[in-house]
Design a protein around this ligand. Structure first.
Ligand code: FES
Ligand code: FES
Length: 155
């Protein structure tokens, strides 16, 4: 059995202390231990962006980060975006623009866009393209995704 280490962190604003296996990925920890299944597992080798979450406000591929690296940090997942039952403006704009088909890439796209708008509230096309460069959409909804992000930035 793999060794476990106690880690303390915040997840979506709540303080947590848990045990994490030494070799466990953050993606597995989020989905299997925290039961936050909005974060999706795609390639698991850092190429698709489906597993994107914010760690201390920065987007990371959670399949490439170890769960134990979460110790002392702040984790934000897609579940943490809505407040008091109200969707984040990005979530609402993705719905209004129908910026998805299967929706598998959507949580990762929104988390990357969230980090972008925190860093740059009025992004241009280049900023958006760069922010989404690690997020693949197999359904090809890029045009609607970009439009949703632009409209969320206006709000
Ligand atoms: S599952 Fe992490 S980048 Fe694809
Ligand atoms: S909506 Fe299907 S992968 Fe993007």
């Amino acid at each position: 059995m793999s060794e476990k280490i106690t880690i303390s962190f915040t997840v979506n604003g709540e303080n947590e202390t848990r045990e994490a296996a030494v070799g466990q990925t953050l993606l597995s920890f989020i989905r299997d231990d925290l039961h936050l299944t909005g974060t999706k597992s795609g390639c698991e080798i850092g190429e698709c962006g489906a597993c994107t979450v914010l760690l201390n406000g920065k987007p990371v591929n959670s399949c490439l980060v170890l769960a134990i690296e979460l110790n002392g940090k702040e984790l934000l997942t897609i579940e943490g975006l809505s407040k008091n039952g109200e969707l984040d403006k990005l979530q609402q704009e993705f719905i209004d623009h129908a910026a998805f088909q299967c929706g598998y890439c959507t949580p990762g796209m929104i988390m990357s866009a969230k980090a972008l708008l925190e860093r740059k509230p009025d992004p241009n096309d280049e900023d958006i393209n760069e922010a989404l460069s690690g997020n693949l959409c197999r359904c090809g909804a890029y045009q609607e995704i970009r439009a949703a992000i632009k409209d969320a930035a206006k709000k």
